[in-house]
Design a protein around this ligand. Structure first.
Ligand SMILES: O=C(O)CCC(=O)C(=O)O
Ligand SMILES: [Fe+2]
Length: 272
């Protein structure tokens, strides 16, 4: 059952308008708290377009997977511009996380220094029906570093908090929300930061969403950082793994879904 209850809102304005140190420190603290408690927040004043142009419109004919369709006009330019801006936003959030995690400046950007695995997806959800349980996207955690979600006013994104599903409602009636959650950072921080379990419930109308996945190169090793283990006298909660292997196991969950839900590979596969 979904319960009402606000998910944290973070106003990124001080980072984008050159705010004073006090403003920057309070946003950083808000991000730290949201990451510790929810692994999710709704960002406002992030400086990115409220919706990519052409959002919700479909070309008359579907195109080859690797080519941009001719319609709507300007799609390629818009997608490329969006990709660039969301990459910048990912780098900004990564910098804030570096501070939140108390790491030496530049640690995360040195570690996650290859942007070739970042990607975007657009999704369309069909309206709810009376015969169905109407789960548009079943409960999961994303496997990457940071995800930005834009959803239209139909809504349906929910985050699991203390055993209840909390709807990710728009901030002040705006049509967009964003959220970030981070499976990789949960491991790097030895579970000090959370990764949000989320799902999408279908609503009476068609829904469109758009996601940007700020990722990690597949050849990177992922393991709890010393700042969260020996340096604070705590034992690692995860064993080291190659990011490629984890991604392959996640794909396998989809291509060869295990019969028993408990056999779906999750990050706990690497738990010690
Ligand atoms: O469509 C959405 O709002 C969420 C999609 C999602 O969770 C995902 O692509 O991982
Ligand atoms: Fe997701």
């Amino acid at each position: 059952m979904a319960v009402s209850g606000a998910l944290p809102v973070v106003d990124l304005a001080p980072f984008l308008t050159g705010g004073d140190d006090g403003g920057i420190a309070s946003v950083t603290e808000a991000v730290r708290e949201a990451c510790r408690t929810h692994g999710f927040f709704r960002a406002v004043n992030h400086g990115r377009p409220s919706q990519p142009a052409g959002y919700g419109r479909q070309p008359a004919h579907s195109a080859d997977k690797n080519e941009y369709p001719a319609e709507p006009a300007g799609l390629r330019e818009t997608v490329e511009e969006c990709h660039g801006k969301l990459t910048e936003l990912g780098l900004l959030i990564q910098g804030i996380l570096n501070e939140c995690m108390g790491l030496p400046p530049g640690s995360l950007s040195d570690y996650n220094n290859d942007r070739s695995f970042d990607h975007m997806t657009a999704k369309r959800y069909f309206p709810a029906t009376a015969e169905d349980e109407n789960i548009g996207f079943s409960e999961h955690e994303d496997g990457n570093c940071v995800t930005f979600i834009f959803q239209d006013s139909v809504g349906g994104l929910e985050v699991l908090r203390d055993g209840h599903w909390v709807p990710a409602e728009p901030v002040d009636g705006t049509r967009q929300h964003h959220r970030q959650h981070r499976r990789c950072h949960a491991v790097l921080s030895n579970s000090k930061l959370k990764s949000a379990t989320h799902r999408v419930v279908r609503k009476p109308a068609h829904r469109h969403s758009f996601a940007f996945f700020f990722n990690l190169h597949c050849d990177k090793w992922v393991e709890p950082l010393p700042e969260f283990t020996p340096k604070i006298g705590e034992a690692p909660r995860y064993r080291r793994f190659l990011y490629r292997e984890y991604q392959q196991l996640r794909v396998r969950n989809k291509t060869h879904p295990p019969e028993r839900p408990e056999d779906v590979i999750r990050i706990t596969h690497y738990a010690i």
